[in-house]
Design a protein around this ligand. Structure first.
Ligand SMILES: O=C(O)C(=O)C[C@]1(C(=O)O)C=C[C@@H](O)C=C1
Length: 307
């Protein structure tokens, strides 16, 4: 049975995102769901083959990129890259839950995962004036911590609160009404899912450290009319202090000629291009890239001497 790892434990938003992906698969009843402790562990399990697929959070509309996932996406130590095959966007609102219905002003510690606490800072300050956050490993781990007595209350999901027998103190907590988190379904490298006309392509770029190299890389998309939806930078890490790598998401599919041309050009100029995949966009506006097929056909005719 195929194994689908996810950032757990049970009850995380990531599990809900995975369930949404599985709902579209005919074999959904015959898969094994494996909760792992971090996005790094999920991605490592996909790389080594312990899991066939892995589901991880990638981007919060309030908090931006999920650093633990971004860093884990970089292939290391000769292991294969991972590739995204699907994304799911979920509306995010948290439950603050405790072991007993404790008065709000008596809550002094609230367990929370940093990507989550950053999304509820103001609301929690209003509801729980005497509380400070203590770090948990995920939204569901926060509920487990409270069940174990490690904090008075948790920033968690409704599902995790129920699983751990906690009582909701406040439901639907978010500093913004339209908070959305995007999740990726990752697998081993393989042929991308067919182009749908509303797709996203992701790459990680290691660029030479010289003036203009990032502008040039972005121009490979701009000059071909390809819309970029996201640019992130992360430190390159050990051995490269002060140096950054860049993550670009573009509208379009590797099979769209304009996107394919941009990727080939990047391969010629970048130190390394890691292809993260081309997959259908779940929500949001996608400006499709211009159709370059006619120019390719014209060129092929020239080579054949037909034109
Ligand atoms: O999946 C979960 O519940 C998580 O704890 C992870 C995560 C994330 O890293 O973005 C998922 C959704 C929310 O944005 C906050 C936390």
């Amino acid at each position: 049975m195929p194994v689908f790892a996810y950032f757990g434990p049970a009850g995380t938003f990531t599990e809900m995102a995975l369930d949404a992906v599985l709902a579209n698969r005919p074999d959904a009843a015959d898969v094994v769901k494996a909760p792992l402790a971090s996005p790094l562990a999920v991605i490592a399990a996909v790389r080594t083959g312990e899991a066939d697929f892995g589901c991880v959070p990638i981007e919060s509309s309030l908090e931006g990129a999920v650093p633990a996932t971004m860093d884990a996406l970089v292939p290391r130590d000769g292991l294969p890259r991972v590739q995204a095959y699907a994304e799911t966007a979920l509306d995010i609102a948290f439950t603050i839950a405790a072991r007993t219905p404790i008065p709000h002003d008596e809550v002094t510690t609230i367990a929370g995962y940093p990507v989550a606490t950053a999304q509820v800072r103001h609301s929690v300050g209003e509801h729980f004036p005497n509380a400070e956050f203590v770090i948990a490993n995920s939204n569901a781990a926060a509920a487990a911590d409270v069940a174990d007595g490690a904090a008075d209350a948790a920033v968690t999901t409704g599902a995790a609160a129920r699983l751990h027998g906690l009582i909701p103190l406040v439901d639907g907590v978010a500093d913004s009404d339209d908070a959305v988190t995007r999740f990726l379904l990752l697998g081993k490298p393989g042929p991308p899912t067919p182009a749908t006309g509303a797709d996203r392509t992701g790459v990680i770029l290691d660029l030479p450290n010289r003036p203009g190299s990032l502008v040039s890389a972005m121009n490979e998309f701009a000059t071909r009319g390809v819309d970029l939806t996201r640019i992130e930078s992360r430190p390159r890490g050990a051995g490269a202090p002060g140096q950054y790598r860049f993550y670009l998401d573009a509208c379009g599919h590797i099979d769209d000629a304009a996107v394919g041309e941009a990727l080939r050009a990047l391969h010629r100029s970048a130190e390394r291009v890691v292809f993260l995949g081309s997959w259908p966009i779940d929500r949001g506006v996608a400006a499709p890239p211009p159709d370059h097929r006619e120019s390719h056909e014209w060129f092929a005719r020239l080579l054949r001497g037909d034109d």
